[in-house]
Ligand binder design. Structure first.
Ligand code: HEC
Ligand SMILES: [Cu+2]
Length: 392
């Protein structure tokens, strides 16, 4: 189906030896990346060959025929049918081949295989949300290795564009419509590429927004984490179920960093695009709706409907997290906010159990069986059903 032309080309064994080296990083991280690189190098070397041929001939003719004393200009032929036909037809075939190879590669990139595992992507100023079939939402893109993955993408505000350089794929995210993209990771990501482009230090391939979308565009990044065979399903189930013995405030802090709140809210008292979270829990503040007390209700409302009450001195630019943060995540963020007021120190629950359990998570066993109703891709089973149609 996909990659057909490249796999069947008799030139491939020879060509791949010629093009074995690569100037690009992460070469071969994805099935199509190898094809894209191969065609890129083929076109590059065709250009190099013609460059040498044309410039070489020009230099040779200049050296041989330049005007100098004692040399008369020679008579030049006007016409040579054979030569003209040859230099038109032969390059014509090369150009047609480039078109054909590019077109087939394009069709491969545009047509995800039927059995692709589907992940929804929501782009928003200025972060990414990846929504898995079981409802888990992550700020990074986790995918199983050797499995075709289809991203169904949309935007909550302006035009964004999802770009994974290692996979050589890129597609716009458009408000009000779905666009798709697919890839099949064939390599685990490097541990931590050390380039500091992201706030996660987990390692993984870089994922960028590549359509200028405003002030925070350059920080609209995530990581692509490729899970080795057989570990993606367990990871996904675990991601859904929070351990009852973890600290709610610590979970909130990690969400604060991962879901992009840190871009606008500091925790050290300095005000950024938004007010600092430090020490304001329980205080009275002025907003567009008059004086309010910062409590759970206000925090929850501020996250889900930021325009309801706008703090004096700030602009209403915070995006709504409605549908993108679940109840347990909002609760964790509120615990984190609370923990930033020293007055609350010592009174906070150390674990979810002490806090009365993870909101929306009855018992761990039950939540696990819930989570496993969504199909988890298994690279071995090629006929896994592709479910969840977001357009339905
Ligand atoms: C693009 C910048 C931006 C991002 C990202 C952002 N906020 Fe905000 N936030 C603001 C601004 C500006 C305000 C003040 C205006 C208002 O109240 O809407 C604000 C207000 C708030 C308030 C009210 C705080 C107060 O002291 O009045 C809370 C709570 C809040 N944000 C939580 C969050 C959380 C949680 C996240 C991450 C999930 C987040 N914000 C992400 C810009 C942002
Ligand atoms: Cu963007």
């Amino acid at each position: 189906m996909h990659g057909s032309m490249f796999e069947t080309s008799p030139l491939l064994p020879l060509a791949s030896r010629l093009f074995e080296f690569s100037w690009f990083r992460d070469s071969g991280a994805d099935k199509q990346a190898a094809q894209v690189d191969w065609l890129f190098y083929a076109i590059l070397w065709i250009c190099v060959a013609f460059f040498v041929l044309i410039i070489g001939a020009m230099v040779a003719f200049v050296a041989r025929y330049y005007a100098r004393p004692g040399h008369n200009a020679e008579h030049t032929p006007h016409h040579n049918n054979t030569l003209e036909a040859a230099w038109s037809i032969f390059p014509g075939f090369i150009v047609l081949w480039i078109f054909g190879a590019g077109f087939i590669g394009y069709l491969d990139l545009r047509n995800p295989p039927e059995n692709a595992y589907e992940i929804q992507v929501i782009a928003k100023k200025w972060n990414w949300s990846f929504v898995y079939p079981n409802g888990h939402i992550d700020a990074d893109l986790h995918v199983p290795i050797d499995t075709p993955v289809k991203l169904v993408m949309s935007s909550d505000d302006v035009l964004h564009s999802l770009y994974i350089p290692a996979f050589r794929v890129k597609m716009d995210c458009v408000p009000g419509r779905y666009s798709t993209l697919w890839f099949e990771a064939s390599k685990l990501a490097p541990e931590d590429d050390g380039d500091d482009v992201n706030w996660t230090d987990e390692g993984g391939f870089d994922l960028f927004c590549t359509e200028y979308c405003g002030q925070g565009h350059s920080s609209m990044m995530a990581k692509v984490i490729v899970h080795p065979s057989g570990t993606f399903g367990p990871w996904l189930e675990k991601a859904m179920v929070w351990p009852e013995d973890e600290s709610p405030a610590a979970r909130g802090e990690s969400l604060y960093k991962k879901r992009g709140c840190s871009q606008c809210h500091s925790v050290d008292g300095t005000s950024g695009t938004g007010p600092s979270f430090k020490g304001t829990y329980g205080t009275q503040q002025l907003t567009s709706a008059g004086e309010i007390k910062i409590d759970e209700n206000y925090l929850r409302e501020s996250i889900l409907n930021p325009m309801a009450k706008i703090r004096d001195g700030y602009k209403g630019v915070m995006p709504s997290y409605q549908g993108q943060l679940k109840d347990n995540e909002i609760a964790a963020l509120i615990w984190f906010h609370k923990s930033l007021n020293p007055e609350n120190a010592g009174t906070l629950p150390a674990t979810w159990t002490e806090a009365g359990g993870v909101p929306g998570q009855e018992t761990q066993g039950e939540a696990t069986s819930d989570a496993s109703t969504a199909p988890v891709p298994d690279p071995a089973a090629t006929d896994a059903p592709a479910d969840t149609d977001p357009k339905a």
